[in-house]
Design a protein around this ligand. Sequence first.
Ligand SMILES: NC(=O)c1ccc[n+]([C@@H]2O[C@H](COP(=O)([O-])OP(=O)(O)OC[C@H]3O[C@@H](n4cnc5c(N)ncnc54)[C@H](O)[C@@H]3O)[C@@H](O)[C@H]2O)c1
Ligand SMILES: N[C@H](CO)Cc1c[nH]c[nH+]1
Ligand SMILES: [Zn+2]
Length: 436
Amino acid sequence: MPHILSTSQDDFEARFAALLESTREEDADVEAAVDEILADVRARGDAALIDATRRHDRIELTAATLAFTTEEIEAEIARVPVAEADALRLAADRIRAYHLRQLPEDANWTDEAGARLGWRWNAMGAVGLYVPGGTASYPSSVLMNAIPAGVAGVERMVMTTPTPDGKVNPLVLLAAKLAGVDTVYRLGGAQAIAALAYGTESVARVDKITGPGNAYVAAAKRRVFGRVGIDMIAGPSEIVVIADGSNEPDWIALDLLSQAEHDAKAQAILITTDPLFGEAVADAVADRLRTIERREIAGASWRDHGAIITVHDLGEAAVLADQIAPEHLELCVDEPEPLAANIFNAGAMFLGKWTPEAIGDYVGGPNHVLPTSRSARFSSGLSVLDFMKRTTLAKMTPGALKAIGPAAETLARSESLEAHGLSVRARLARLNEPAP
Ligand SMILES: NC(=O)c1ccc[n+]([C@@H]2O[C@H](COP(=O)([O-])OP(=O)(O)OC[C@H]3O[C@@H](n4cnc5c(N)ncnc54)[C@H](O)[C@@H]3O)[C@@H](O)[C@H]2O)c1
Ligand SMILES: N[C@H](CO)Cc1c[nH]c[nH+]1
Ligand SMILES: [Zn+2]
């Protein structure tokens, strides 16, 4: 049974808080395992990668087979069915078109003091793209990582994905080729993140790691942040659906299960104004859980982290959605726009009953690498900007230095930083010397 809540219950606040905690809690076992793997890769490099991959992905690698060769990639790509390649190209085109609009502009201007000011955007030198692959494979996540990196102009793009039991989905490798990835490593989990962050004999370290993954991947990214950049915490998937009673229970059930089937730690929540509709969705989920292929994973997710919350009105639903700050938010109501305008914490919104979240996972255009664990309160989905940095620019003329330099000297004195003030004073003194 999922959590069944109603805002009419006296103990609603406590039960709602417990629901939020059910996925937010940092798992001590995961943290300990990740710490051990990170330390081992740092100390032993390739040997630790090979050992961890044997343990977790059940394959025997060597330093020479950590990365796919070009011949291996081409041989796998030749096996991709035409319909899959066509669908992937359509997705890639739509994702590229969306992300091209995110390219930022440089700026420069001269202000009233005569100072020339501005900023310039630069692409990152080397990025590591994590593509999950433990219990499902994610060609779509290759595109969602690599296309924005390519649009940004990143110089070196490497990708890492686990190949459990030595198997890879050929579409993953086709997506990597289409999106311009330079190297693909057969590495997953915390060991892949460690290799990208610290570097080993065979894996060169990168400047930033992006991409989604399970709890081990998310914990490892959190740990290496600072040594390298990371995009965000993009862990086990989440969905909140706000639906009134005029929806098809089975459609909403499938939308909830579409995210529950990613991971037993995924979270799917229905918020509805109609208690009878909530019951119908619960029945529809139970029905579908009897037949869908990933029923074990989806069933565990729905049982442990799923919820149906009944509210008095859509205003109340909006407040709860903001508190949950979900990765995905579907608004299955007749007029989704005014409701959307009142919700501020969500990685991605899907407006109206004709927009299942799965469209956003594959072909909508917006990025599907999105913040989880309530981090949509302070972070956003992956974008071109995640692969760029901004450098500010300032150029003084003698006139500009005369106009604003004295204030800098005053502030330097106030901060007791004499050399700062003198560096300005020395130049101003030269400007005040009589011409020879
Ligand atoms: N938030 C997002 O944007 C987003 C997007 C796509 C997918 N996802 C999430 O990505 C995840 C994919 O998970 P997955 O497991 O299929 O693939 P994964 O690649 O994330 O994880 C597989 C790796 O986990 C490691 N691992 C598994 N059990 C371990 C253990 N006991 N100890 C140490 N390491 C262990 C192994 O190294 C394995 O290679 C799901 O949680 C899904 O919801 C999130
Ligand atoms: N829903 C996932 C993000 O949480 C992305 C994805 C990829 N493939 C299917 N779904
Ligand atoms: Zn999905």
